[in-house]
Ligand binder design. Structure first.
Ligand code: PMP
Length: 444
């Protein structure tokens, strides 16, 4: 297996040196919040699959729902003329209690990148339908991650995910993110920094001309960019500016939705009402590729009962009945198990534990999180200069932590923890002590 993996399996998001320094672990099983590998190790999965296994791996009701749906109706398209009961029921549930008021229509997709692409495309169409066809540009935050399609890559705030794929969409502009540890203003106070980023957003809009901009897309808490939690004043100000300038606001909640932040969604966490809300990942607990964009009243008005509004967009698997059945079961379990409350409490434990590790280890330059189970530590080889740690040291920390009982995820200079929302106090302590062991292997 290991040999064939090396020879034939082209892994996503990887580089040639990864497989020589740390060959992929072949995961053979998973129960509860733990995973097992082919060499017989069992560790707590502090990555939660890929931010998405909120309910853990056992979650029998979701497996049962999938099995039952496979028997009843394994697949049918939802393109014009056909629908299915699972997707209808899911659209109702999402509108009824998940999405902010007014986001009452669900456009189903097959994953996060598809959800982002859907929002970007329909944003342009929205303006065309309203006779504002000059509104084609997109704004987003530096450090933001928005998936891998050409549209998503164009609004991606990290040039490392863009450069190899240029030329991308013209007219995508990236605004400084409210990232206190590193920012062009050298500002460390979260509220002052939020205001500076807001001023930069207003400047960009004035420079580009509001009537050329279709939408702004942002993650309520930036995930892959290293868990950047804006000051609470930031998102409401962005929402107000977009509203005032006729710019649609898209929240990319592929990570933040369904409880990870300790709230049902990032929009609810910050008290904002986006025009479109992209979700995927935890909607099916990782058990089926599925996504949805919740559409707000502006979108609904522009598209509904409008003979010109032909939607030339959608996926073979949009509204897949098995994905929809899985998602319905996940919503039920999320409520029944009170996982959102647990995410908030365990998130605080994880954040406080990482702050304690910062006191102990010189190489921890910054700790970010505190809102649910999204936590990152940023590693530096020197605290004074904030020089990022080298890749080999980060990989060694990850490997040592794994051998000490927890799978954590290295992403650039960050170690990210996003375990299932059902972790216990003891699981979080296992993750923290494994991290402690990892960090002890590298000196600043
Ligand atoms: N948006 C965000 C915020 C994400 O974190 C991700 C994936 N990590 C995506 C979009 C893309 O999702 P997918 O990998 O399911 O296409």
């Amino acid at each position: 297996l290991k040999e064939n993996n090396a020879r034939h399996f082209w892994h996503p998001m990887t580089s040639p040196e990864d497989s020589t320094t740390t060959p992929p672990k072949i995961i053979t099983g998973a129960q509860g919040v733990s995973i097992q590998d082919i060499d017989g190790n069992e560790v707590v999965d502090a990555v939660g699959g890929l931010w998405n296994v909120n309910l853990g791996y056992s979650c029998q009701p979701v497996k049962d729902a999938i099995a039952a749906q496979l028997e009843q109706l394994p697949y049918y398209s939802t393109f014009r003329g056909t629908s299915n009961d699972a997707a209808i029921e899911l659209s109702y549930e999402l509108a009824d209690f998940f999405a902010p008021d007014g986001l009452s229509r669900a456009f189903f997709t097959s994953g996060g990148s598809d959800s982002v692409e859907t929002a970007l495309r329909l944003a342009r169409q929205y303006h065309k339908l309203r006779g504002e066809s000059g509104r084609v540009k997109f704004l987003s935050l530096k450090k933001g991650y928005h998936g891998t399609h050409i549209g998503g890559a164009s609004v991606n705030g990290n040039a490392n995910f863009r450069n190899a794929y240029e030329p991308l969409l013209p007219g995508c502009h990236h605004i400084p993110a409210p990232y206190t540890y590193r920012n062009p203003f050298n500002e460390t106070d979260p509220e002052t920094l939020a205001n500076l980023c807001i001023a930069a957003l207003e400047d960009e809009i004035n420079f580009q001309g509001a009537n050329t901009i279709a939408a702004m897309i942002m993650e309520p808490i930036l995930g892959a960019g290293g868990v950047i939690v804006p000051h609470e004043s930031f998102a409401p100000q962005v929402a107000e500016i977009c509203e005032r300038n006729g710019i649609l606001l898209i929240t990319d909640e592929v990570i933040t939705a369904y409880g990870r932040t300790g709230a049902w969604s990032g929009a609810r966490l910050w008290g904002i009402k986006p025009d479109m809300m992209c979700t995927a990942k935890a909607i099916t607990n990782g058990f089926f590729p599925f996504g949805v964009v919740m559409m707000g009243d502006k979108m609904i008005e522009a598209f509904e009962n409008n003979p010109a509004a032909k939607i030339g967009h959608g996926y073979t698997y949009s509204g897949h009945p098995v994905g929809a059945a899985a998602a319905l079961a996940c919503l039920k379990e999320t409520k029944r198990l009170n996982v959102i409350e647990n995410a908030a409490a365990r998130g605080t434990q994880m954040y406080d534990g990482c702050l304690a590790l910062m006191d102990k280890h010189e190489i921890v330059g910054d700790v970010r999180g505190g809102k649910g189970l999204m936590t990152a530590i940023e590693l530096v080889s020197d605290r004074a200069t904030k020089k990022p740690i080298d890749g080999a040291s980060a990989a060694l920390i990850q490997e040592t932590a794994y051998n000490a009982g927890a799978m954590v995820r290295v992403s650039g200079p960050n170690i990210i923890m996003s375990p299932p929302l059902v972790v216990t106090d003891a699981d979080v302590n296992t993750i923290l002590s494994a991290l402690d062991a990892g960090l002890s292997t590298v000196k600043g």
